[in-house]
Design a protein around this ligand. Structure first.
Ligand SMILES: [Zn+2]
Length: 347
């Protein structure tokens, strides 16, 4: 028994020396196998314990297992030391080139989605004209989306067919137009007001080449003491020429919106056939509608307690998808949401 204890101590000493002198992982793995494996000297001592009485077996087994644990721990420490040295040597001998090109980085650069870049282009133009940006809410209540905008209870626009209501009482809904933000602005601020509201709107519509259940608008609102329809026309003409970067013909066509009076829809000379009236985009009319606008209806001013004799205003709403489709000659609105890389990489 005493000889076994002495042998175990010699094994430990021998293993420590070998571990200390090993300089690579391969050699360390061999040492691990030699001193901790099934054929190791320690395992043989444990297997031979049957020759001793039970009370003596315990002490030798305990000493042998403690020796295994010690050797195991020393090997683990040595392995970490060797790995750390390897990493340090690698970075000390091979400098990192921070100016390396993307030859080693095989991912192409991203770009803005055409809807976002169109929206940014429009915002830039109106910012230059002194408009500030107001953020509206996607979830609105009946007052802001309809009632305060002079859209009465019986109006078909409130129908479940057109509006996504989010409660059974039909009091909360996903805004059907960015016009809802007009009321928030006028409740919060006194004239003069000159804002645009970019954002997403929602309609309960069947998707097809020109309609989507969610799309984007930019609302414009100007309120001041001496605002006229001529101011509105001037702003819209400037915007169209700046945005399309072409001297396009524009016409204001009388229309009807609940929250403006008088109201107009703005058409531009067909971008595709140049007003030659021979294409399907403009239905051979030579004109394409781009936005709706008008002078703010007195009932809207009454909703926010503005003096209708003192203040006048105009508003306009631009459909981002629609205007982007015209500018980039895209014939299907669904392409914007398909996440097709081949389509998106064109912009
Ligand atoms: Zn045309």
């Amino acid at each position: 028994m005493k000889n076994d204890i002495i042998e175990i101590e010699q094994i430990i000493s021998e293993a420590y020396t070998k571990i200390e002198n090993s300089q690579n992982i391969t050699l360390l793995n061999k040492i691990s196998s030699e001193y901790l494996g099934k054929k190791s000297k320690l395992s043989k001592i444990i297997r031979a314990l049957v020759k001793y009485p039970i009370d003596q077996r315990k002490e030798i087994a305990l000493t042998a297992n403690q020796a295994k644990n010690h050797i195991k721990n020393v090997i683990i420490s040595k392995r970490q030391e060797i790995l750390l040295n390897n990493v340090n040597n690698k970075y000390n001998t091979k400098q990192i080139d921070c100016s390396t090109t993307s030859l080693y980085f095989p991912f192409s650069r991203g770009s803005f989605h055409p809807i976002i870049s169109t929206m940014e282009d429009i915002i830039t133009i109106f910012k230059l004209l002194g408009f500030s940006i107001f953020e509206g809410n996607d979830i609105e209540n009946d007052w802001y989306n309809f009632e305060a905008l002079n859209i009465p209870q019986y109006h078909p626009a409130r129908d479940i067919q057109d509006t996504f209501y989010i409660d059974e009482m039909k009091t909360k809904l996903l805004r059907t137009h960015t016009s809802a933000a007009q009321i928030h602005v006028m409740e919060e601020q006194s004239p003069p007001i000159q804002i645009i509201v970019p954002g997403r709107v929602y309609r309960n519509e069947t998707q097809n080449t020109s309609h989507s259940s969610t799309f984007h608008q930019i609302e414009g609102l100007v309120v001041n003491k001496y605002v006229t329809f001529v101011d509105l026309k001037t702003i819209i003409k400037y915007f169209v020429h700046k945005f399309f970067e072409r001297d396009l013909k524009i016409r204001f066509r009388p229309s009807y919106f609940q929250f403006t009076e008088p109201s107009a829809e703005v058409d531009i000379q067909c971008y595709f056939c140049d007003n030659t009236k021979c294409c399907s985009v403009c239905s051979n009319s030579g004109w394409i509608e781009i936005l709706g606008c008008g002078m703010v209806h007195p009932n809207v001013f009454k909703s926010v307690n503005y003096d209708t004799y003192k203040y006048k205003g105009y508003a306009f709403g631009i459909g981002i998808e629609r205007i982007a489709m015209i500018k980039y000659q895209i014939d299907d609105i669904r392409l914007f949401y398909a996440n097709d890389l081949a389509f998106l990489q064109q912009f």
